[in-house]
Ligand binder design. Structure first.
Ligand code: NDP
Length: 253
């Protein structure tokens, strides 16, 4: 069986699994962070869990770039830059900014995150740098690429600002929660998730590819239900929670 056949089968299964995950997570909140619960077996320190589960993304993607037959194309360099700008931070800088020491991450969550990043980086990197017919240099002026890049950069900025605001809410050693203020928190409870969804929707547009679309669907599958759970949690725990604040989409939901 050729790699292309295996790749196509995996991609279809991956899209179906994303849809199933979205349905599952509407009924069940993943047990990490404020939603951590007993009974999920052994756990890792939060930071170690984040480094372990995110590391395959920058490493596998970089390897596939280095080995890829399209590695010299300007579009490949642009995709490589976008991906690594997000994942070098997410895997190796972001975990050290989190102040979540009192809430270890269940090993099963770290394992699922690790597997997700491995498959997702393979599907995206292998397609972009080798299995696709390649992107001509003019792709960098194509409206799909430009709109996708703009959305990606806006999402990147919103996500980073939101995560930064959250991390400043706790002093070293504190474990409790406060109502976040400022930035996109004026309008929604989870701008970090809004930014992340915008980033990978922009990625899907900029790469105009099925693996890119699958990544955007997976991100929404994970984060839309989690935003709803966070929003409900804030309302239950803070009687003075701003009533006009929505869960994820300013003014809408
Ligand atoms: P959360 O918003 O749940 O938490 C982020 C950090 O901020 C945690 O350390 C958390 O502590 C702390 N925190 C959150 N709210 C408060 C508050 N009100 N007061 C004080 N501290 C607070 O985000 P996640 O951990 O779910 O996700 C982290 C990043 O990873 C985000 O940028 C997200 O977009 C991204 N992500 C991407 C996914 C994808 O599919 N692409 C999937 C999951 C996450 P504690 O842990 O103690 O709750």
């Amino acid at each position: 069986m050729s790699e292309t056949t295996v790749y196509e089968g995996l991609l279809v299964a991956w899209l179906l699994l994303a849809a199933a995950t979205m349905l599952l997570l509407h009924r069940f909140t993943a047990p990490y962070g404020r939603h951590v619960r007993r009974g999920w077996g052994p756990a890792l320190p939060d930071r170690i869990g984040w480094v372990a589960m995110e590391s395959p993304a920058p490493l596998v993607f970089a390897l596939l770039f280095a080995l890829g037959r399209h590695r010299t194309s300007p579009a490949s360099w642009a995709f490589f830059g976008m991906w690594e700008a997000h994942y070098l931070h997410r895997a190796w800088i972001y975990p050290w900014t989190r102040r979540s020491r009192s809430r270890p991450m269940p090993l099963v969550i770290a394992g699922l995150g690790f597997s997700f990043n491995l498959v997702n980086a393979y599907l995206n990197g292998r397609y972009l740098f080798s299995l696709s017919v390649g992107y001509p240099p003019t792709w960098l002026r194509d409206p799909r690429f430009l709109a996708g890049l703009a959305l990606f950069l806006a999402g990147f900025a919103i996500n980073r600002q939101a995560d930064h605001i959250l991390h400043r809410l706790r002093r070293p050693g504190e474990n409790g929660y406060r109502i976040p203020q400022g930035g996109f928190y004026r309008w929604v409870s989870c701008p970090n998730y809004l930014g992340e969804i915008a980033e990978w929707t922009g990625w899907a547009l900029a790469t105009w590819s099925l693996p890119g679309l699958a990544f955007a669907v997976w991100t929404a599958a994970n984060l839309v239900p989690r935003a709803r759970a966070h929003h409900r949690w804030y309302r239950e725990h803070f009687p003075d929670y701003p009533p006009e604040r929505k869960a994820l989409l300013p003014g809408l939901w």
